[in-house]
Design a protein around this ligand. Structure first.
Ligand SMILES: C[S@@+](CC[C@H](N)C(=O)[O-])C[C@H]1O[C@@H](n2cnc3c(N)ncnc32)[C@H](O)[C@@H]1O
Length: 191
C-alpha cells in the first residue's frame, strides 16, 4: 500500500523521500490545473513516488504525448512499474535529466510536473537540478511543483522560492491546498 511504503521509505531516508505520505488526489488535480497536457508533445514527471500525480497525468495527456517519469528510489520504482506497466519510468536522478532524455530520444520538453521535496534539498542540489532542467525545458515550457506548509520551517524552501525568477519569466504561487497532508501550495512557472 502506498502510505505504508511512504512511511517506510521516509523512515529510511527522510531527506530524499521528503514526505510521510503520498500527495492527495486534491493536490494532484490542483497541480495539473491549467497545464496544457492534452496538447503537450513531451511531459516529464520528477519524483513520482507511488504515482499520485502519474495517474492524473496519464488521464490528461493525449495518446501521442511522450511521457517519462524519473524516480530515484528503487522501492518506489518497483511499485510504479507494477501499477503502470505501460508507462516509461526511469530509475535515476533528475540531476542527469539531459542524458536521461537523450536515452529516450527526448529533445525539448513542454511540461515538467515535479514532486521533489525542494525544501529539504541542500541549496547546491536545488541549483544543480534547476540548471539541468534548463537543458530540457523548451522556451515557454511550464514547470509546476509544490511545497508543504511544514517545509516552511526549512530555510532551503525560501532559497528555492527566491531562485525561481532567475530561471523563469513567470512565477506564481497558489493559495493553500488544505486537502493534503500536510497542506501544500503550488508554484507555477513558465520559462
Ligand atoms: C515528496 S515525494 C513526492 C512523491 C509523489 N510525487 C507524490 O506527490 O506523492 C518526493 C519524491 O521525489 C523522489 N526524489 C527525491 N530526489 C530525487 C531525485 N534527485 N531524482 C528523482 N527523484 C527524486 C523521492 O524518492 C520521492 O519519491
Amino acid at each position: 500500500m502506498s502510505i505504508a511504503l511512504f512511511l517506510k521509505e521516509f523512515a529510511a531516508d527522510p531527506r530524499a523521500t521528503g514526505s510521510v505520505a503520498p500527495s492527495s488526489s486534491a493536490l494532484a488535480k490542483e497541480i495539473l490545473r491549467g497545464l496544457p497536457l492534452d496538447s503537450s508533445q513531451t511531459v516529464l514527471e520528477y519524483g513520482c513516488g507511488t504515482g499520485a500525480f502519474t495517474s492524473e497525468i496519464m488521464d490528461a495527456i493525449s495518446g501521442s504525448c511522450q511521457f517519462l517519469g524519473i524516480e530515484s528510489n528503487l522501492s518506489f520504482i518497483r511499485q510504479l512499474r507494477s501499477k503502470f506497466p505501460n508507462v516509461s519510468i526511469h530509475h535515476g536522478s533528475v540531476a542527469d535529466v539531459r542524458s536521461i532524455c537523450d536515452q529516450y530520444d527526448i529533445g525539448e520538453v513542454d511540461c515538467i510536473v515535479s514532486g521533489l521535496p525542494w525544501a529539504v534539498f541542500p541549496h547546491e542540489a536545488q541549483v544543480k537540478y534547476l540548471k539541468e532542467m534548463m537543458r530540457v525545458l523548451k522556451p515557454g515550457g511550464q514547470f509546476v511543483t509544490f511545497g508543504v506548509l511544514t517545509g516552511l520551517l526549512f530555510p532551503a524552501s525560501y532559497l528555492f522560492a527566491r531562485m525561481l525568477p532567475d530561471y523563469f519569466s513567470e512565477v506564481s504561487r497558489s493559495p493553500i491546498v488544505w486537502r493534503n497532508i500536510p497542506p501544500a501550495y503550488i508554484y507555477r512557472c513558465r520559462r
